[in-house]
Write a protein that binds this ligand. Structure first.
Ligand code: C2O
Ligand code: CU
Ligand code: CU
Length: 488
């Protein structure tokens, strides 16, 4: 059998390599010591008999965030929102009610479902006090993976996500049936930063936030500060990681334990890849396996300083309140008991290479001053191909059942995690360099000066959808375009 102990690094996000070089010196800086809190818990809804059916309500309310009471926006009273779980082929019915004082809607990030009607329709607007039932079927062929839901009302997305509105949507399928993966203990880590004032209200993140995107100093994992996770000696732990922050990047490593990547945004990769750290841009997901192969003890899951603008080179400089310049503990892993040794899986799920593209398109990402002209942020406009989002315009028309390459170039000075709805893609190259192995993605971070080429097949669904920067202040300030998928 071929050795799968590859020491290569998936470029989950630009700057990973530069970040690697720095991890030595970053490690010597003090790590904030936060007491370990309880285990991770979720309100969970699973499909039964082929149907996932639930009521979901968005509302401003006070919730417990670590040892603080915070006045946030919550789905069904919890931050993050309930964990939804379904299987390929299942029907989904979400009876949603908006109890906020502003309009909202729900986006099903990463799911391959219709972008129209009552599916993943981000053009719907649900007014305060109104309800809407989201109803769709997950296709039989849908890959297993870690997806999520969050508001997508243009202009309010960053504010509502920063307020706390986000939840996991897990699709269980083929990947979950691989014996070693099935035998692994599972933890769900929704990574999210908050900024609270002394009264527990969301604090103003300052005028820089309009430029860099809002960020806060309170780091949470699934609504807790430094939750406890356990692994048994000899066992496997499967971490499902989601960066649900509106603009903060995470650079994660686990003390003395390599991370074995098994899945990216769109589902499994073909075989595990050993990483020393995982960088997640806003919106990105990764699933990793951890082996319980060390001495029993406590090991911290750390977030290292990472500056997206500089590809990780200058922690904290451009980030404003993004980075405290030191490592922080996100969660703590302890050993508990022992089991017969579970090996890592050798093969996961083959990734079909996409056919050669019929069309290649160029997209440039940049920002400029809008009408207002205030220094640093006030009048900032973010653009794709020199245009700010206009809901009455269709920016890109493609044909169903075709394949395209999109070359995305960042001509600005900040990183932009580029995200496309409805269909997942493969990264073909970053700055002309091929990626080490194929992976299904729906977010790719493009650093200043960089060009990333992605390949995408438009399958199953026609209609209008969007692509945008997942630094949500950038999206709200115009860095979004409308994509129309037309019947061939
Ligand atoms: Cu998670 Cu259109 O985004
Ligand atoms: Cu999305
Ligand atoms: Cu951006």
């Amino acid at each position: 059998m071929r050795s799968i102990k590859r020491r290569d690094f998936l470029r989950l996000s630009a700057g990973t390599t530069a970040a690697m070089l720095l991890s030595q010196c970053a490690r010597s800086q003090p790590i904030s010591s936060t007491p370990v809190s309880g285990p991770i818990q979720f309100q969970t809804y699973k499909s039964e008999g082929g149907l996932l059916s639930l009521d979901l309500e968005a509302k401003a309310q006070s919730v417990q965030l670590g040892d603080r009471t915070a006045n946030l926006l919550a789905y069904n009273g919890t931050v993050p929102g309930p964990l939804l779980e379904a299987k390929p082929g299942d029907k989904v019915q979400i009876r949603f009610t908006n109890q906020l004082d502003q309009p909202t809607n729900i986006h099903h990030h990463g799911l391959h479902i219709p972008p129209t009607g009552s599916g993943d329709n981000v053009f719907l607007e649900i007014s305060p006090g109104k309800s809407h039932t989201y109803e769709y079927q997950i296709p039989d062929t849908h890959p297993a993976g870690t997806f999520w839901y969050h508001p997508h009302k243009h202009g309010l997305v960053a504010e509502q996500l920063f307020g706390g509105l986000a939840g996991l949507f897990i699709v269980r399928g083929e990947l979950d049936e691989i014996p070693e993966v099935k035998a692994a203990k599972e933890e769900f880590l929704v990574l999210k930063d908050f900024a609270l004032d002394s009264n527990g209200n969301i604090s103003d993140t300052g005028h820089m936030a309009a430029m860099t995107g809002r960020a806060g100093g309170l780091l949470t994992a699934s609504g807790q500060v430094n939750p406890a996770m356990t692994i048994s000696k000899g066992g496997l732990l499967r971490l499902r990681l989601l960066n649900a922050s509106p603009s903060r990047f995470f650079r994660l490593s686990l003390e003395d334990h390599p991370l074995h990547l098994i899945a990216t945004d769109g589902g499994a990769i073909s075989s595990p890849a050993e990483l020393s750290e995982v960088v997640l841009a806003p919106g990105e997901r990764a699933e990793v396996l951890v082996q319980g192969s060390q001495k029993p003890g406590e090991y911290r899951l750390l977030n290292q300083p990472f500056n997206p603008a500089q590809g990780g080179m200058m922690g904290g400089m451009m980030g404003g309140n993004q980075s405290s310049g030191r490592s922080e503990t996100v969660a703590t892993l302890t050993y508990e008991g022992s089991t017969e040794e579970i090996p890592l899986p050798t093969q996961l799920i083959a990734i079909e290479p996409l056919p050669e593209p019929q069309t290649t398109r160029q997209f440039t990402l940049n920002h400029g001053m809008g009408g207002g002209g205030m220094m640093m942020g006030g009048g900032m406009v973010f653009m794709i191909n020199d245009k700010a989002y206009d809901p009455s315009r269709i920016d890109t028309q493609v044909m169903l059942n075709t394949v395209e390459d999109w070359e995305i170039t960042n001509t600005g000075s900040m990183a932009h995690p580029f995200h496309v709805h409805t269909n997942k893609f493969q990264i073909i190259s970053q700055n002309g360099q091929p990626v080490p192995y194929p992976a299904w993605k729906d977010v790719v971070s493009v650093s200043p000066g960089e060009t990333v080429c992605i390949r995408m097949a438009f399958r199953d669904y026609t209609g209008k959808t969007v692509y945008h920067c997942h630094v949500l202040d950038h999206e709200d300030r115009g860095m979004m375009g409308t994509l129309e998928i037309q019947q061939a």
